[in-house]
Design a binder for this molecule. Sequence first.
Ligand SMILES: Cc1cc2nc3c(=O)[nH]c(=O)nc-3n(C[C@H](O)[C@H](O)[C@H](O)COP(=O)(O)OP(=O)(O)OC[C@H]3O[C@@H](n4cnc5c(N)ncnc54)[C@H](O)[C@@H]3O)c2cc1C
Length: 235
Amino acid sequence: MTTISCTVDLIEALTPTVNRVLLTPAQPVSFSSGQYLQLCLSDSDKRPFSIASMPGQRQLELHIGGSVADQYASQALAHLLQQHQLQQPVQAEIGLGNAQWRADSERPLILLAGGTGFSYVYSIAQTIAAANLDRPVFVYWGVREQAALYHNSVMQQWAAQNSKYRFIPVVQQPDDSWQGRSGMVHEAVLEDFVSLEAYDIYVAGPFAMAGVVRNAFIEQGAHREHMFADAFAYI
Ligand SMILES: Cc1cc2nc3c(=O)[nH]c(=O)nc-3n(C[C@H](O)[C@H](O)[C@H](O)COP(=O)(O)OP(=O)(O)OC[C@H]3O[C@@H](n4cnc5c(N)ncnc54)[C@H](O)[C@@H]3O)c2cc1C
């Protein structure tokens, strides 16, 4: 883990409640795909955010927010905005977490995101594509409303690169225009796979979702040691 100063290059809205943030670290940083950073609001107030970018990219990308505006995100954003306006750096602890991408496995993959848990999945999905990985990869992204699928077209393009890649967006409360899957995202996975025994499963999203996923997927054959989620350490 390294603490580093970063300039705040960009804050832009992805949805009314989710923002994309780009940070440039003062020195090159080392992290693995799927790890997170802690944004230091003060010495005692540090908030974890998954790094959406890939290792080796100059900027660190974050997706901050959720389906409802809350203080966890809004206070972090206020801090970022203030430092951006003052042209002052923010401090971040980088390279945290144990749910990072494991390149050494041969198993097919399920990447499961709930809401802004997508940031974590996006980093891993990009790394997989950059490595030209030729294994089945199923990306599920669950959101409450379809407007929250801020990278839907990016992920459709990602899936079009390789016939073994699949992207399945799942909307919990769709309106009449939605043609895709609906309901809770973990239920879509349980419907699609008779057994999860063969899969490496990467998960990020609300803690409540992570808890439900852990229990339900193990019941459907998943091996706990092949399931990766930093949320498991919190619940
Ligand atoms: C290590 C770590 C990294 C984090 N990274 C980020 C980050 O990058 N950005 C950020 O803003 N916050 C982050 N957080 C904080 C927190 O995890 C997010 O704020 C939270 O995931 C946001 O959820 P949401 O509102 O987007 O999802 P929601 O809109 O609440 O849920 C999205 C979908 O998840 C599923 N789901 C939700 N609740 C349940 C349930 N009870 N049972 C089953 N399925 C459910 C449903 O399919 C739902 O449609 C992080 C926290 C930790 C500990």
